[in-house]
Design a protein around this ligand. Structure first.
Ligand SMILES: O=P(O)(O)OC[C@H]1O[C@H](O[C@H]2O[C@H](CO)[C@@H](O)[C@H](O)[C@H]2O)[C@H](O)[C@@H](O)[C@@H]1O
Length: 359
């Protein structure tokens, strides 16, 4: 699981703008599952890029699309029998994953490896990996048991544990309190090493960009604009219908700025200073103690984690994708709790024995 041939779903890169869909099913609008497409079990859905059609039989009867750009495709057509639609998509990447039935989930669960975690340098993403996704960034809470688990993991790995997140480091610390771990923040634009030294590029003030965004697509629309050093994130989770408007606003405020780029994460467009990336941050940690010389492991859930998986795979490490969607990762956890359970089992296993067996 986890390699391209076995993952369900597809993604389109920014250069592949024409996407078409044809299928059987009914679109279910509204929250909390705005991107859910239901189809009778056994019915056939086809979706893919022109010339690269993929077919999926709906065994569980549900298709879940990670991007609401799909919704824009589906909604106007009110999908009925053999409905067909086509559209010009904005310049962004899409992911569509199929909700699999429980038998398939069991298969994915079996595919997480048992490892000697004490030999590893462990890198973990935060949102969607250690904590469940919330409707707003400020509503995320880490459970006490997860904080405790991370503390034990840090001890087991002799401090070779780092957070690799899109959030700024201050915010990571707040969520993990009282733990303070080595961390890469804002998708690698900031990094705090194991000695507590902060490595951060000088970042231009994006205040004007943030203000312009707040004015055009402000909070009153249910859009959350998050201000980070060297970055600004436009969250449309509460208003997926405004995805295109958000994208247009983001493009407009960037204008001709060559030092910035846009990343499409989970229900968010992030404007970022170029030059970061989770892969680079992991590389930097791996060149330093206590990470150096250890086998690396990285777990993440989002498209922005793929750069990290690439680095981990190149070094023969363990890469784990949380949830659906195409990925470079070699292993997959079905969801946050599946991953946390697996991690706590690994943490208790030292030298092939569980903590219970040793006592
Ligand atoms: O790299 P990560 O640690 O996974 O951080 C990625 C982004 O996470 C946050 O946004 C996401 O989580 C929110 C809370 O669950 C959710 O409301 C939002 O839709 C997600 O995109 C965070 O706010 C961003 O700054 C991070 O880049």
């Amino acid at each position: 699981m986890g390699n391209r041939s076995r993952s369900y779903g597809w993604s389109a890169s920014s250069s592949q703008k024409h996407v078409w869909f044809c299928g059987i099913g009914a679109f279910v609008p509204g929250r909390p599952r705005p991107n859910l497409v239901q189809a009778p079990p056994g019915s056939l859905a086809r979706f893919g890029l022109v010339g690269r059609l993929r077919e999926q039989r709906a065994s569980a009867g549900e298709f879940e699309c990670a991007s609401s750009a799909w919704r824009a495709l589906l909604a106007p057509k009110r999908i009925g029998r053999k409905a067909r639609g086509s559209a010009q998509l904005p310049d962004l990447s899409l992911e569509c994953s199929v909700k699999r039935n429980s038998a398939k989930r069991e298969e994915a669960r079996a595919l997480l490896p048992n490892i000697e975690i004490s030999d590893f340098a462990v890198f973990l993403d935060l949102d969607g990996t250690l904590v469940e996704i919330a409707d707003r960034p400020d509503r995320v809470r880490m459970t006490r048991s997860t904080v405790d688990l991370l503390a034990v993991l840090r001890d087991r790995t002799d401090n070779a544990l780092a957070m690799i997140s899109g959030r700024e480091i201050q915010c990571i610390d707040r969520i993990l309190r009282p733990l303070k771990l080595p961390a890469a923040g804002v998708h690698g634009l900031q990094r705090r090493d194991a000695a507590g030294v902060l490595h951060a590029r000088e970042t231009p003030d994006l205040g004007r960009i943030v203000s312009a965004l707040e004015q055009t697509i402000g909070e009153e629309n249910g859009i959350v604009v998050e201000r980070k050093p060297g970055a600004a994130a436009v969250h449309f989770r509460q208003r997926p219908d405004l995805e295109r408007d958000c994208y247009r606003a983001v493009r407009a405020v960037i204008g001709e700025r060559m030092d910035l780029h846009v990343m499409h994460g989970k229900m968010v467009f992030e404007i970022l200073l170029k030059g970061g990336g989770k892969g680079k941050a992991i590389e930097a940690f791996l060149s330093e103690r206590p990470f150096r010389g250890r086998k690396p492991l990285f777990a993440g859930d989002d498209t922005t984690d793929e750069a990290g998986f690439r680095v981990i795979n190149a070094r023969g490490g363990v890469s784990i994708k949380i949830g659906g969607g195409e990925t470079l990762a070699h292993h997959r956890a079905a969801n946050v709790s599946h991953f946390r359970n697996w991690l706590s089992v690994q943490v208790k296993h030292v030298n092939g024995m569980s903590a219970d067996e040793r006592s």
